[in-house]
Design a protein around this ligand. Structure first.
Ligand code: PLP
Length: 392
């Protein structure tokens, strides 16, 4: 059976060149903090990788802190900025207000909910029907108490790209820190921390063809955050723990490849995404596309198939070799409809009938042809069994 992977926002496969460097470095066991030869060899590899990660987002190597996953990067910033422990941060900002949106990833929303329980006030900004945050609303929400604004670069479910540079400018004018969760964006579209003007940015290896278990956070030079993982002096004391040499080398390689190939890949993937979108629109009635028509990640296509359940579609497609997802991988397994789809105004039944196709560098025209052969048939068959379709 043909296998077509269209779930690259859940995770990406290893790039063959990344796999190669992992294999080549399997014996690089030295602790990067050791002074001897074994340690220094690892240190060099880690620092080379840091340069490559920094280069991809136009940062300096000193501004990159390695972590274990995008969730950790988000937690590190949120907890590190809001920490009011005068032992680790004598000049701790005492404001207790944070601004975010209603469509963030759980690794942003959940630490913020914890802070709410601890007495912080969080403003959860609404989004429009495309999933866009209005910079004016951000501006209006800022108070003297505001310590952090955190808005994602691109949404993992619908692909909408937020007006990050505009929001960052507002944050700067009000001297408020600005963080963006760019876990879905880095490696899939151009991301430049200087152009965006952000203070913090999260990225994750397994979304850009590196393995799971390695990620990074950009912390603009001169900003101090309290360590969320307390330990040794690794990562400038911000993130203790012996460095994951192999993961970090792999992430560096993935960033180097993205830097070289990104423009060409984006163009190719966007063409395939548009072929899939037009093909579905032409072949399947009673559907609509979610997310912004233009300000959207080149690889992401969120489609609502009315009168049937996304879960059934995803399972039937999987049986035919096509991997897609109903929303974010983190939300699957829950009966609740996606908070992102509800926030853009979809009623529950439409939110439940939504499929996310997310393309990657390995996809071909033939993959899309196969999807366009299978998807309309599966949707038709499911609708024939659906009482909602019969009653419409
Ligand atoms: N932020 C966004 C927007 C994501 O899509 C994800 C993962 O799906 C994460 C954060 C979490 O990243 P990780 O899986 O590396 O913890």
């Amino acid at each position: 059976m043909r296998k077509v992977y269209l779930d690259n926002n859940a995770t990406t496969p290893l790039h063959p060149e990344v796999k190669k460097v992992i294999v080549e470095n399997l014996d690089l066991f030295g602790n990067a903090s050791s002074v001897h030869f074994f340690g220094q060899e690892s240190r060099k590899a880690v620092e080379d990788a840091r340069k490559k990660v920094a280069a991809l987002i136009n940062a300096t190597p000193e501004e990159i802190v390695f972590t274990s996953c995008g969730s950790e990067s988000n937690n590190l910033v949120i907890k590190g900025v809001t920490c009011q422990d005068i032992y680790c941060k004598p000049d701790a900002h005492t404001g207790k207000h944070i601004i975010t949106s209603q469509i963030e990833h759980p690794s942003v929303m959940n630490p913020l909910r914890t802070l709410e329980r601890q007495g912080f006030k969080v403003t959860w900004l609404p989004v429009d029907k495309y999933g866009l945050v209005d910079p004016d609303l951000v501006k209006k929400a800022i108070t003297k108490q505001t310590v952090l604004i955190t808005i994602m670069t691109a949404n993992n479910e619908i692909g909408t790209i937020e007006p990050i540079a505009e929001i960052a400018k507002i944050a700067r004018e009000h001297e408020v820190y600005f963080h963006t969760d760019a876990v879905q964006a880095v490696g899939k579209m151009k991301v430049d921390v200087k152009d965006l003007g952000v203070d913090f940015l999260s990225l994750s290896g397994h979304k850009l063809y590196a393995p799971k278990g390695v990620a990074a956070v950009y912390i603009r030079k001169g900003i101090f955050v309290c360590p969320s993982l307390q330990g040794g002096h690794q990562e400038r004391g911000i993130r203790g723990g012996t460095e994951n040499n192999l993961g970090i080398i792999a992430l560096g390689k993935a960033c180097e490849i993205a830097m070289k190939n990104l423009d060409a890949e984006v163009e190719k993937i966007w063409k395939l995404r548009e072929k899939l979108r037009k093909g579905i629109e032409d072949r399947v009635p009673e559907i609509f596309i979610n997310g912004h028509p233009e300000r959207v990640m080149p690889n992401t296509l969120s489609v609502t198939f009315k009168y049937i359940e996304g879960e059934s579609i995803a399972l039937r497609l999987s049986a035919e070799g096509i991997a897609v997802s109903t929303g974010s991988a983190c939300a699957s397994g829950s009966l609740e409809p996606s908070h992102v789809l509800l926030a853009i105004g979809l009623p529950h039944e439409h939110a439940h009938g939504t499929i996310r196709f997310s393309l990657g560098i390995e996809n071909t025209e033939e993959d899309i042809d196969y999807a366009l052969e299978v998807v309309p048939r599966v949707v038709k068959e499911l609708r024939e069994m659906s009482p909602l379709w019969a009653r419409k």
